[in-house]
Design a protein around this ligand. Structure first.
Ligand code: ADP
Length: 743
């Protein structure tokens, strides 16, 4: 500590200033002020010395004054300057930030403050006059908890004559609690009193900042210690470890003291993994990335990087960790190092893996279930084709009414069994997400024709009015999945007719919006039937849910129709809304966005052609090769074709078909798909390879009814397909379309 001392005595009063120049105590500002004071003191001292000299030789001076007028002027000038300097010194003294003081302690414990700067107002909310000869008012401001410490320190400083450095709290009437810091130097007098010369300043802000910094540091230390299971490692910019928390010790088995100052990657990372990542980054960034940069380069680019690494523990065991690296920057945004927080994810990885496995297994089982249902339905479909076919064939003949009724019932029952089968197959496909929504051109008129054909007769038979109303401003050529839309509408109309005993059932289609490429249509199926209670409406779209078991038994059904329609709606980006009142009826509606088609439809589907083609066309004498392994189906097909005079030849599999085609002339082929020895797809491919059969019509007979299966038939070179169970009318119409009648 450096103390500049300056003594002065004015009006018989002796002043002594001690100015501390300790770098730990005096702030930069204070240094400037001190320098000022020092210069001012020196000036003042020289003035006082001059003044004293001048006083002592007054007579001699008068002589000089008489003789030397010029000297008198000079002296007057000097006096004026000295007075000005004194005023300046007082100004400086009072304007020093903080409080400059002279404090006196008498042997009887009485204390006074003979000299104090105006800073006392700031530091103690007191004036110099309020303290003056009695410093007890000032002492009363000291915080009770710090009071003793202040008194003891004063006594100690007085005894040892050592400088007094104090920090204590004061309680002020206005500002409340403040922290003061002071430094002073004692001087002992013969009368036993001690005088301290020094100054004090308010350090409350610094104190709070220190407290905050301390607390933050403490909290951080607590967090680092408490974070068991989490490794927190910080490094400097070069990767030398600066913090290695207990979590890291626990995770890696190393002791912090051994790790501080060491390089990170080499120690607990897998060299090959680091090298691999280095290569990746080098390729990505286009410059060689190696060493510590491998761990931090991405975090510098993006502010943070989280990735999985393998940690190698001290005992050689390995851990899978998720490491989050963040650059540490100071207040000026300069890089100071890196923070790496790693969590052990070995277990959660195992857990995730097990969940993934369970999910995969569940999906696999769902697939298996779907496959099982698909193959079962295929297997059931074939014998059912026989039941439906034979009942149809039999009904053509004359028979007693009773037998006719039985046969009709067999036909109706097997047809409805088939629709149940279709529902189950459909639902299982929707469940495993295998249903694809087509975007193909179609004609809305044709779709309505089909619905009309399906429902108008049954509605009429029930005495219901049946209306299909299409707004005239709706374009006819649209793009979408016509079959799926038809399926939904069939379900809604079927239900409406099923659950309505009197009144009407209608489908209204209105235009909601149109632009150059698409339309938004509102489809609304309304009935005046039994209605659905609010309670029942909630479970309506759940699979296998039927509102009322007794009603269902009365009306039949699987409870799958609406669940399927609901899922199809979802796939088409829409949903149902339902207004229904028991006894009054129901109204199911949905909106659908469909594309606008400019192309004309090239290949018409069966339903669209149904009304157009007459089966009266003469097919008699045409030769058809029926490739089918199932004896029953062979008979059904023959039974359907014989009456039209078509000459039927049977092949039991694809290979036999190829042989027969080589030896005979045929006008067309009806080809089953699933057959032993050579299936229908393979046989068709082989037929198409032979130039003479390039234009031979090959029509699939397939139990597969999905769009994909249909597409597959066409892709292998078949011209069309007829779904099983075979409908005699549809079979003949399709043949009429493809076979050239004999003239
Ligand atoms: P289902 O094959 O049993 O008709 P759906 O899923 O199509 O299966 O319908 C489920 C149930 O919803 C029906 O059993 C019936 O209780 C009720 N429901 C559907 N549509 C109507 C309607 N228009 N009027 C009254 N009830 C209906």
């Amino acid at each position: 500590m450096l103390l500049h001392t300056s003594n002065l005595s004015i009006g018989g009063r002796s002043w002594r200033f001690e100015i501390a120049a300790s770098p730990t105590y005096v702030t930069t500002h204070s240094e400037d002020y001190m320098r000022f004071i020092l210069i001012a003191c020196l000036l003042l001292t020289s003035f006082v010395i001059g003044f004293c000299l001048l006083s002592s030789g007054r007579e001699h001076l008068l002589e000089i004054l008489v003789h030397e007028r010029s000297t008198e002027i000079t002296l007057l000038h000097e006096q004026t300057t000295a007075l000005e300097n004194q005023a300046l010194l007082a100004k400086i003294f009072h304007n020093i930030p903080g409080m400059v003081f002279q404090f006196k302690l008498f042997p009887d414990g009485h204390a006074s403050l003979p000299l104090v700067s105006e800073g006392i107002g700031d530091l103690y909310e007191l004036s110099a006059d309020q303290v003056g000869e009695d410093a007890s008012t000032l002492f009363a401001r000291i915080h009770p908890d710090d009071y003793n410490q202040v008194v003891v320190s004063l006594q100690e400083s007085a005894r040892s004559e050592q400088p007094l450095q104090l920090e204590y709290r004061v309680l002020l009437p206005e500002k409340g609690l403040r922290w003061l810091s002071g430094l002073s130097r004692p001087e002992k007098f013969d009368d036993g009193s001690t005088v301290w010369y020094g100054f004090q300043s308010d350090i409350t802000e610094r104190k709070f900042a220190q407290k905050l910094a301390y607390e933050t540091g403490e909290h951080l230390r607590l967090v680092l210690t408490a974070a068991t299971g989490i490794s927190v490692i910080t490094t400097d910019v070069n990767g030398l470890i600066t913090i290695f928390n207990p979590g890291a010790e626990q995770m890696l088995g190393y002791v912090a003291t051994d790790m501080i100052g060491k390089q990170v990657p080499a120690l607990f990372h897998l060299p090959e993994e680091v090298e691999q990542r280095g290569l990746e980054l080098t390729l990505e960034l286009g410059w060689p990335v190696s060493g510590f940069s491998i761990f931090v380069e991405k975090s510098l680019e993006t502010g943070q990087e989280i990735r999985e690494w393998t940690y190698v523990c001290k005992n050689g065991s390995r851990l899978l960790v998720s490491l989050c690296v963040t650059p540490i920057r100071n207040a000026n945004h300069e890089l100071e190092g890196f923070l790496g927080i790693a969590t052990d994810i070995s277990e959660s990885k195992e857990y995730q893996d097990s969940i993934m496995l369970a999910k995969e297994q569940a999906e696999h089982f769902l697939q298996l279930k779907s496959q099982f249902i698909a193959s079962m339905s295929h297997e059931i479909r074939t014998p059912m084709a026989a039941v439906i076919g034979f009942s149809q064939l039999a009904l053509v003949n004359e028979m007693p009414d009773k037998i006719r009724l039985y046969l009709e019932n067999i036909n109706i029952a097997s047809t409805s069994l088939l629709s149940i089968l279709n529902d189950i197959l459909d639902f299982s496909k929707l469940e495993v997400g295998r249903t694809i929504i087509e975007q193909q051109p179609f004609q809305l008129n044709a779709l309505l024709d089909t619905l009309d054909k399906i429902f108008s007769i049954s509605a009429q038979q029930q005495g219901l009015k049946f209306n299909l109303v299409l707004a005239s401003n709706i374009p006819n050529n649209l793009i979408g999945d016509k079959l799926r839309l038809q399926q939904v509408l069939t379900n809604l109309l079927g239900n409406a007719i099923k659950f309505t005993t009197q009144g009407s059932v209608s489908l209204n289609i209105t235009l909601q919006q149109i632009d150059l490429t698409q339309v938004r249509l509102l489809f609304c199926v309304t009935d005046t039937g039994i209605g659905i209670s609010a309670e029942d409406q909630k479970k309506l779209f759940q699979p296998f849910s039927q509102v009322d078991g007794s009603i269902t038994r009365r009306f039949g059904g699987t409870g799958l129709g609406l669940a399927i329609s609901h899922k199809l709606m979802e796939l088409m980006g829409s949903e149902f809304s339902l207004i229904s009142n028991p006894e009054l009826g129901s109204s199911f509606s949905f909106e659908l966005v469909l594309g606008l088609s400019t192309s004309t439809i090239s290949r018409q589907s069966h339903f669209e052609t149904q009304g157009l083609v007459t089966i009266d066309q003469n097919l008699s004498g045409t030769r058809v090769l029926v490739v089918e392994d199932n004896l029953l189906i062979q008979q059904v097909v023959r039974g359907f074709l014989d009456p039209s005079g078509i000459i039927v030849t049977i092949a039991n599999d694809g290979q036999e078909a190829l042989v027969l085609l080589e030896q005979n002339e045929f006008d067309g082929v009806l080809m089953d798909i699933h057959m032993p020895i050579m299936n229908g797809f393979e046989a068709t491919k082989q037929i198409r390879r032979l130039p003479q059969f390039a234009h031979l019509p090959v029509i699939a007979l397939t139990a597969g009814v999905t769009v994909e299966e249909r597409e597959q038939c066409l892709a292998t070179g078949m011209n069309d397909f007829i779904p099983k169970p075979i409908d005699s009318k549809q079979l003949l119409m399709t043949l009429t379309q493809w076979l050239k009648p004999l003239s």
